[in-house]
Design a protein around this ligand. Structure first.
Ligand code: SD4
Length: 327
Protein backbone atom coordinates (compact mmCIF):
# COMPACT_ATOMS: atom_id res chain seq x y z
CA UNK A 1 0.00 0.00 0.00
CA UNK A 2 1.24 3.45 -0.81
CA UNK A 3 2.18 5.67 2.06
CA UNK A 4 -0.35 8.26 3.02
CA UNK A 5 1.86 11.11 1.87
CA UNK A 6 2.78 9.59 -1.46
CA UNK A 7 -0.83 8.90 -2.14
CA UNK A 8 -1.83 12.43 -1.32
CA UNK A 9 0.75 13.69 -3.74
CA UNK A 10 -0.75 11.56 -6.48
CA UNK A 11 -4.38 12.25 -5.82
CA UNK A 12 -6.87 14.85 -6.84
CA UNK A 13 -7.11 15.86 -3.21
CA UNK A 14 -3.36 16.13 -3.03
CA UNK A 15 -3.51 19.14 -5.30
CA UNK A 16 -6.32 20.52 -3.21
CA UNK A 17 -4.52 19.78 0.02
CA UNK A 18 -1.45 21.60 -1.21
CA UNK A 19 -3.45 24.80 -1.44
CA UNK A 20 -6.03 24.25 1.27
CA UNK A 21 -3.99 22.67 4.02
CA UNK A 22 -5.10 19.85 6.24
CA UNK A 23 -8.78 20.65 5.96
CA UNK A 24 -9.05 18.85 2.66
CA UNK A 25 -6.33 16.32 3.17
CA UNK A 26 -7.72 12.85 2.75
CA UNK A 27 -6.39 9.72 1.25
CA UNK A 28 -7.85 6.62 -0.24
CA UNK A 29 -7.03 3.70 -2.41
CA UNK A 30 -10.24 4.12 -4.34
CA UNK A 31 -10.97 7.78 -4.18
CA UNK A 32 -13.16 9.14 -6.95
CA UNK A 33 -13.84 12.86 -6.90
CA UNK A 34 -17.10 12.20 -8.76
CA UNK A 35 -18.40 10.51 -5.63
CA UNK A 36 -17.71 13.54 -3.46
CA UNK A 37 -20.03 16.17 -2.06
CA UNK A 38 -23.52 17.47 -2.44
CA UNK A 39 -25.46 14.37 -3.34
CA UNK A 40 -28.06 12.30 -1.62
CA UNK A 41 -28.97 9.69 -0.66
CA UNK A 42 -25.71 9.26 1.17
CA UNK A 43 -24.61 6.93 3.95
CA UNK A 44 -21.31 6.91 5.81
CA UNK A 45 -20.03 4.47 8.43
CA UNK A 46 -16.98 4.18 10.63
CA UNK A 47 -14.29 1.69 9.55
CA UNK A 48 -14.43 -0.46 6.45
CA UNK A 49 -18.06 -1.29 6.99
CA UNK A 50 -18.86 -1.43 3.27
CA UNK A 51 -21.16 -4.40 3.81
CA UNK A 52 -23.12 -2.22 6.19
CA UNK A 53 -23.27 0.78 3.85
CA UNK A 54 -24.30 -1.62 1.12
CA UNK A 55 -27.21 -2.92 3.23
CA UNK A 56 -28.17 0.67 3.97
CA UNK A 57 -27.98 1.57 0.30
CA UNK A 58 -30.47 -1.18 -0.54
CA UNK A 59 -32.97 0.78 1.52
CA UNK A 60 -31.91 4.21 0.30
CA UNK A 61 -31.80 3.47 -3.40
CA UNK A 62 -35.46 2.52 -3.41
CA UNK A 63 -36.49 5.74 -1.71
CA UNK A 64 -36.52 4.15 1.75
CA UNK A 65 -36.22 5.98 5.05
CA UNK A 66 -32.79 6.79 6.43
CA UNK A 67 -33.82 5.32 9.80
CA UNK A 68 -34.44 1.93 8.18
CA UNK A 69 -31.18 2.26 6.27
CA UNK A 70 -28.97 2.89 9.29
CA UNK A 71 -30.65 0.11 11.25
CA UNK A 72 -30.15 -2.33 8.37
CA UNK A 73 -26.52 -1.24 8.10
CA UNK A 74 -25.78 -1.56 11.82
CA UNK A 75 -27.27 -5.05 11.92
CA UNK A 76 -24.62 -6.33 9.52
CA UNK A 77 -21.59 -6.22 11.86
CA UNK A 78 -23.83 -7.13 14.80
CA UNK A 79 -24.47 -10.51 13.16
CA UNK A 80 -20.87 -11.03 12.01
CA UNK A 81 -18.94 -13.39 14.34
CA UNK A 82 -15.64 -12.15 12.91
CA UNK A 83 -16.31 -8.62 14.02
CA UNK A 84 -14.91 -8.62 17.54
CA UNK A 85 -16.16 -5.15 18.47
CA UNK A 86 -19.87 -5.48 17.76
CA UNK A 87 -22.72 -7.85 18.65
CA UNK A 88 -22.21 -11.56 18.14
CA UNK A 89 -18.49 -12.36 18.45
CA UNK A 90 -17.72 -9.16 20.33
CA UNK A 91 -14.92 -9.46 22.88
CA UNK A 92 -16.27 -9.85 26.41
CA UNK A 93 -15.67 -7.80 29.52
CA UNK A 94 -13.03 -8.85 32.03
CA UNK A 95 -15.45 -11.36 33.55
CA UNK A 96 -16.27 -13.04 30.24
CA UNK A 97 -19.62 -11.38 29.54
CA UNK A 98 -20.36 -9.84 26.16
CA UNK A 99 -22.26 -6.64 26.94
CA UNK A 100 -23.63 -4.42 24.22
CA UNK A 101 -24.25 -0.69 23.81
CA UNK A 102 -26.28 0.81 20.97
CA UNK A 103 -28.38 3.80 20.03
CA UNK A 104 -30.41 5.18 17.18
CA UNK A 105 -31.87 8.59 16.26
CA UNK A 106 -34.41 9.57 13.64
CA UNK A 107 -35.18 12.66 11.60
CA UNK A 108 -37.64 13.95 14.21
CA UNK A 109 -35.02 14.01 16.93
CA UNK A 110 -36.40 10.87 18.58
CA UNK A 111 -33.78 8.70 20.19
CA UNK A 112 -33.48 5.24 21.73
CA UNK A 113 -30.65 3.46 23.42
CA UNK A 114 -29.66 0.30 25.22
CA UNK A 115 -26.59 -0.01 27.38
CA UNK A 116 -24.85 -2.92 29.09
CA UNK A 117 -27.24 -5.41 27.49
CA UNK A 118 -26.46 -9.12 27.32
CA UNK A 119 -27.65 -12.07 25.24
CA UNK A 120 -29.38 -10.18 22.41
CA UNK A 121 -27.55 -9.83 19.10
CA UNK A 122 -29.34 -6.90 17.49
CA UNK A 123 -28.88 -4.18 20.06
CA UNK A 124 -29.57 -1.48 17.48
CA UNK A 125 -33.03 -2.89 16.83
CA UNK A 126 -33.74 -3.05 20.56
CA UNK A 127 -32.66 0.61 20.76
CA UNK A 128 -35.15 1.39 18.01
CA UNK A 129 -37.93 -0.34 19.98
CA UNK A 130 -36.98 1.72 23.03
CA UNK A 131 -37.37 4.82 20.86
CA UNK A 132 -40.62 3.77 19.27
CA UNK A 133 -42.39 1.84 21.99
CA UNK A 134 -41.41 3.39 25.29
CA UNK A 135 -41.50 6.90 26.74
CA UNK A 136 -37.77 6.56 27.55
CA UNK A 137 -34.49 7.11 25.76
CA UNK A 138 -32.16 4.69 27.56
CA UNK A 139 -32.85 1.25 29.01
CA UNK A 140 -29.97 -0.52 30.62
CA UNK A 141 -28.61 -3.91 31.62
CA UNK A 142 -31.09 -6.54 32.75
CA UNK A 143 -33.95 -4.14 32.07
CA UNK A 144 -32.88 -3.85 28.42
CA UNK A 145 -32.52 -7.61 28.13
CA UNK A 146 -35.96 -8.17 29.60
CA UNK A 147 -37.51 -5.52 27.36
CA UNK A 148 -35.89 -7.15 24.30
CA UNK A 149 -37.25 -10.56 25.25
CA UNK A 150 -40.72 -9.10 25.75
CA UNK A 151 -40.41 -7.61 22.29
CA UNK A 152 -39.65 -11.04 20.84
CA UNK A 153 -35.89 -10.83 20.37
CA UNK A 154 -34.21 -14.24 20.73
CA UNK A 155 -31.83 -14.91 23.63
CA UNK A 156 -28.46 -16.07 22.32
CA UNK A 157 -24.99 -16.73 23.59
CA UNK A 158 -22.89 -13.94 22.06
CA UNK A 159 -19.50 -15.31 23.17
CA UNK A 160 -17.86 -17.12 20.25
CA UNK A 161 -14.94 -19.53 20.64
CA UNK A 162 -12.65 -16.96 19.08
CA UNK A 163 -13.70 -14.29 21.58
CA UNK A 164 -13.46 -16.74 24.48
CA UNK A 165 -9.93 -17.70 23.45
CA UNK A 166 -8.90 -14.06 23.26
CA UNK A 167 -10.33 -13.51 26.74
CA UNK A 168 -8.55 -16.61 28.13
CA UNK A 169 -5.31 -15.27 26.72
CA UNK A 170 -5.92 -11.84 28.19
CA UNK A 171 -6.56 -13.41 31.61
CA UNK A 172 -2.99 -14.74 31.68
CA UNK A 173 -1.76 -11.23 32.34
CA UNK A 174 -5.09 -9.56 33.17
CA UNK A 175 -3.56 -6.27 32.29
CA UNK A 176 -6.39 -3.85 32.60
CA UNK A 177 -5.62 -1.02 30.30
CA UNK A 178 -8.74 0.85 29.34
CA UNK A 179 -7.10 2.15 26.23
CA UNK A 180 -8.09 1.62 22.67
CA UNK A 181 -4.91 1.64 20.71
CA UNK A 182 -4.42 3.25 17.39
CA UNK A 183 -5.11 0.19 15.30
CA UNK A 184 -8.43 -0.47 13.65
CA UNK A 185 -11.58 -1.48 15.46
CA UNK A 186 -15.01 -2.13 14.09
CA UNK A 187 -17.54 -0.34 16.22
CA UNK A 188 -20.03 0.97 13.75
CA UNK A 189 -21.38 4.48 13.77
CA UNK A 190 -23.50 5.00 10.68
CA UNK A 191 -25.37 8.10 9.51
CA UNK A 192 -27.45 8.63 6.41
CA UNK A 193 -29.62 11.07 4.48
CA UNK A 194 -32.26 9.59 2.23
CA UNK A 195 -33.83 10.78 -1.03
CA UNK A 196 -36.34 12.84 0.92
CA UNK A 197 -33.41 14.42 2.84
CA UNK A 198 -34.39 12.77 6.12
CA UNK A 199 -31.34 12.26 8.33
CA UNK A 200 -30.87 9.42 10.81
CA UNK A 201 -28.05 7.60 12.56
CA UNK A 202 -27.15 4.56 14.63
CA UNK A 203 -24.21 3.31 16.63
CA UNK A 204 -23.60 -0.18 18.02
CA UNK A 205 -20.72 -1.88 19.80
CA UNK A 206 -19.60 -4.45 22.33
CA UNK A 207 -17.37 -1.69 23.69
CA UNK A 208 -13.81 -1.94 24.83
CA UNK A 209 -12.46 -5.45 25.08
CA UNK A 210 -12.05 -6.69 28.66
CA UNK A 211 -13.65 -3.59 30.14
CA UNK A 212 -14.93 -3.58 33.71
CA UNK A 213 -18.27 -5.30 34.15
CA UNK A 214 -20.96 -2.66 33.81
CA UNK A 215 -18.83 -0.18 31.92
CA UNK A 216 -20.77 1.82 29.35
CA UNK A 217 -18.98 3.73 26.62
CA UNK A 218 -19.88 6.60 24.35
CA UNK A 219 -21.62 4.58 21.65
CA UNK A 220 -25.13 4.42 23.22
CA UNK A 221 -25.01 7.96 24.58
CA UNK A 222 -26.87 10.50 22.47
CA UNK A 223 -24.53 13.39 21.73
CA UNK A 224 -21.41 11.31 22.40
CA UNK A 225 -21.29 8.31 20.04
CA UNK A 226 -24.04 9.67 17.82
CA UNK A 227 -25.99 12.82 17.18
CA UNK A 228 -28.56 13.71 14.54
CA UNK A 229 -30.22 17.03 13.84
CA UNK A 230 -32.36 16.86 10.75
CA UNK A 231 -31.93 20.59 10.10
CA UNK A 232 -28.16 20.34 10.11
CA UNK A 233 -26.62 16.89 9.74
CA UNK A 234 -25.37 13.95 11.76
CA UNK A 235 -22.18 12.59 13.24
CA UNK A 236 -21.01 9.34 14.80
CA UNK A 237 -17.74 8.05 16.10
CA UNK A 238 -15.51 5.24 17.22
CA UNK A 239 -12.56 4.98 19.54
CA UNK A 240 -11.90 5.44 23.22
CA UNK A 241 -15.37 6.18 24.52
CA UNK A 242 -14.24 7.90 27.70
CA UNK A 243 -12.69 10.72 25.67
CA UNK A 244 -15.79 11.10 23.55
CA UNK A 245 -18.10 11.06 26.57
CA UNK A 246 -16.14 13.85 28.22
CA UNK A 247 -16.32 16.06 25.14
CA UNK A 248 -19.76 15.08 23.75
CA UNK A 249 -17.99 14.63 20.44
CA UNK A 250 -20.81 13.90 18.00
CA UNK A 251 -22.91 16.75 19.37
CA UNK A 252 -19.95 19.05 18.95
CA UNK A 253 -19.51 18.00 15.31
CA UNK A 254 -23.18 18.73 14.57
CA UNK A 255 -23.03 22.06 16.37
CA UNK A 256 -19.99 23.05 14.31
CA UNK A 257 -21.91 22.16 11.15
CA UNK A 258 -24.80 24.25 12.44
CA UNK A 259 -22.42 27.21 12.46
CA UNK A 260 -21.79 26.57 8.77
CA UNK A 261 -18.76 24.33 8.79
CA UNK A 262 -18.27 21.58 6.25
CA UNK A 263 -18.57 18.11 7.88
CA UNK A 264 -14.86 17.60 7.34
CA UNK A 265 -13.96 20.77 9.19
CA UNK A 266 -16.51 20.06 11.91
CA UNK A 267 -15.00 16.62 12.54
CA UNK A 268 -11.58 18.23 12.79
CA UNK A 269 -12.82 20.66 15.44
CA UNK A 270 -14.09 17.79 17.61
CA UNK A 271 -10.81 15.89 17.28
CA UNK A 272 -8.86 19.03 18.11
CA UNK A 273 -11.02 19.55 21.21
CA UNK A 274 -10.15 16.07 22.49
CA UNK A 275 -6.47 16.62 21.79
CA UNK A 276 -6.43 20.00 23.54
CA UNK A 277 -8.32 18.76 26.60
CA UNK A 278 -6.60 15.41 27.04
CA UNK A 279 -3.07 15.76 25.68
CA UNK A 280 -1.73 12.82 27.68
CA UNK A 281 -4.57 10.37 27.04
CA UNK A 282 -4.56 10.89 23.29
CA UNK A 283 -1.00 9.63 22.98
CA UNK A 284 -2.27 6.07 23.11
CA UNK A 285 -5.91 6.51 22.21
CA UNK A 286 -7.72 6.74 18.94
CA UNK A 287 -10.98 8.54 18.18
CA UNK A 288 -12.48 8.95 14.71
CA UNK A 289 -15.60 10.80 13.58
CA UNK A 290 -17.74 10.52 10.46
CA UNK A 291 -20.27 13.19 9.54
CA UNK A 292 -22.75 14.27 6.88
CA UNK A 293 -24.61 17.51 6.45
CA UNK A 294 -27.95 18.53 4.97
CA UNK A 295 -26.28 19.25 1.63
CA UNK A 296 -25.19 15.62 1.32
CA UNK A 297 -21.54 16.41 1.97
CA UNK A 298 -19.45 14.20 4.21
CA UNK A 299 -16.24 14.23 6.19
CA UNK A 300 -14.17 12.11 8.57
CA UNK A 301 -11.20 12.74 10.80
CA UNK A 302 -9.25 10.99 13.55
CA UNK A 303 -6.52 11.59 16.10
CA UNK A 304 -4.08 9.06 14.66
CA UNK A 305 -3.69 7.63 11.18
CA UNK A 306 -5.33 4.30 10.42
CA UNK A 307 -8.97 5.29 10.69
CA UNK A 308 -10.93 4.43 7.59
CA UNK A 309 -14.58 4.67 6.73
CA UNK A 310 -17.14 3.57 4.17
CA UNK A 311 -19.30 5.93 2.18
CA UNK A 312 -22.01 5.08 -0.33
CA UNK A 313 -23.07 7.96 -2.54
CA UNK A 314 -24.12 8.23 -6.17
CA UNK A 315 -24.30 4.46 -6.40
CA UNK A 316 -20.62 4.01 -5.48
CA UNK A 317 -19.53 2.24 -2.29
CA UNK A 318 -16.10 3.45 -1.23
CA UNK A 319 -13.66 2.72 1.54
CA UNK A 320 -11.73 5.87 2.33
CA UNK A 321 -8.80 6.60 4.59
CA UNK A 322 -9.56 9.49 6.94
CA UNK A 323 -7.19 12.34 7.50
CA UNK A 324 -5.72 12.55 10.99
CA UNK A 325 -4.21 15.10 13.34
CA UNK A 326 -1.00 13.13 13.78
CA UNK A 327 0.75 11.58 10.83
C1 SD4 B 1 -16.40 2.32 23.36
N1 SD4 B 1 -16.36 3.69 21.40
O1 SD4 B 1 -17.09 1.49 23.94
C2 SD4 B 1 -16.44 2.33 21.84
C3 SD4 B 1 -15.37 1.43 21.35
C4 SD4 B 1 -15.03 1.48 19.91
O2 SD4 B 1 -14.14 0.41 18.08
O3 SD4 B 1 -15.32 2.42 19.20
N2 SD4 B 1 -14.38 0.47 19.38
O4 SD4 B 1 -15.66 3.09 23.94
Amino acid sequence: MKSRRSFIQNSFWGAFAATSGQFWERTTKHFEPAADPEAWPVVIATWDNRKATSAAWEVLKNGGRSLDAVEAGARVPEADPNDTSVGYGGFPDRDGNVTLDACIMDEFGNAGSVTFMQDIIHAVSVARRVMEKTPHVIISGEGARRFAIEEGFPVENLLTDKAREAWEKWKLTSQYKPVINIERHDTIGIVAMDAARRIAGACTTSGMAFKMHGRVGDSPVIGAGLFVDNEVGAAACTGLGELVLKTLGSFLVVEEMRKGKHPQKAAEVAIKRIIDKYPEAIKEAQVGFVAIDKKGRYGAYSIHPGFNYAVYQKGVNLMLEAGSHFS
